[in-house]
Design a protein around this ligand. Structure first.
Ligand code: PEP
Ligand code: MN
Length: 338
């Protein structure tokens, strides 16, 4: 149950109500929401106690989330939440573009200059790569994080990189990686989610290859329950019977998730389709349907990319996507940061 009190209710009154629930063995968690006091009762609230809460003079309403998540539910905040990635805002009207190579390679600094010139707001690059084949390029590891961060600092962009193992957290911290990406293959690696939630770094949580929206939200709940300061959901296509494209981009869930969660949602059209020629129209559609941002793969020389070469865009193609995203954001009453 989520308990929403009237704006302006004193902290003492809120605490007294939480204490009442806690005295009955119901754990409570206070929302960081500044506009009004909201807290979640984590455990099931017995009927008589629920009646008592609903009758409380300062309680505006109580909401039962549709799933067993609490902190990810729409009702846990007064409005959409915003993730702050190194000063770049994602959500609640700010549409931010993340771009960069699939894997960090010897052209990382050139890629960073291109991403910056094209107008993107965040720089991505994989240093630890989840590859289907053990013989495929696995990433530069720690050295890749260093090159990514150096490139980001040189052009003035916060950086995003995928983490696959909690043992790598110190390396991500040492290199001040601004946002941890949890890839599709690790969406339900709960041990990893718990470990990174405590790191104090925002997380981009990609949807699993065959994960339902509910399973995805439960994974977001793990991050929020562990104290993660900002969770961004990333739709990247799901596995369906259709093999003509790498995956099937599920844009249907964007308006649906708006009814279920306050979390920002971005779309990765690159992994959804797998080929460069299809990325721009999918990016356009994603912003039109309400995405809070895009994650796209670019490379200065796609033929030399160590992974996902077929879907890598050139600088000019990224610039066109950013320009179109600006238009689609405006059409939907939002804007891109400058
Ligand atoms: C990636 O972002 O390069 C990646 C491996 O993505 P996903 O986890 O969505 O497959
Ligand atoms: Mn990739």
């Amino acid at each position: 149950m989520i308990v929403r009190l009237a704006p302006g209710t004193s902290a003492e009154i809120v605490q007294a109500l939480r204490n009442r629930l806690e005295s009955e063995g119901v754990r409570t968690i206070l929302s960081p929401e500044p506009e009004r006091p909201i807290f979640a009762a984590v455990d099931r609230v017995p009927d008589a106690l629920a009646d008592e809460v609903n009758a409380h003079p300062h309680v505006d309403d109580t909401v039962i989330p549709r799933g067993a998540w609490r902190l990810a539910d729409l009702a846990f905040r007064a409005g959409p939440s915003v993730a702050d990635v190194g000063g770049v805002k994602i959500g609640a009207g700010e549409v931010s573009i993340c771009a960069g190579p699939c894997s960090v390679d010897h052209l990382m600094s050139e890629a960073a200059s291109q991403v910056k010139r094209a107008g993107a707001h965040l720089l991505r690059g994989g240093a630890y790569k989840p590859r289907t084949s053990p013989w495929a390029f696995q990433g530069f590891g720690k050295e890749g994080l260093r090159q990514l961060k150096d490139a980001g600092e040189t052009v003035g962009l916060p950086v995003v990189s995928e983490i696959m193992d909690a043992a790598h957290l110190p390396a991500f911290r040492d290199h001040a990686i601004d946002c941890l990406q949890v890839g599709a293959r690790n969406m339900q690696n709960f041990t990893l989610l718990k470990a990174i939630a405590e790191s104090g770094t925002p997380v981009m949580l990609k949807r699993g290859l065959a994960a339902t929206v509910e399973e995805w939200l439960y994974s977001a709940e793990y991050l929020l329950a562990g104290g993660c300061p900002g969770v961004v959901l990333c739709e990247r296509g799901i596995r369906t019977f259709e093999r003509a494209t790498r995956n099937t981009l599920d844009l249907t869930i964007l308006p649906l998730l708006r009814q279920w969660t306050h979390l920002p949602i971005i779309v990765d059209p690159s992994h959804a389709c797998g080929v460069a020629a299809l990325v721009a129209p999918l990016a356009r559609a994603s912003v039109a349907v309400g995405a809070d941002g895009l994650a796209v793969e670019v490379h200065p020389d796609p033929a030399q990319a160590r992974s996902d070469a077929d879907q890598a865009l050139l600088e000019g193609e990224l610039a066109a996507i950013v320009a179109e995203a600006r238009v689609m954001a405006a059409v939907t009453g939002r804007s891109l940061p400058p």
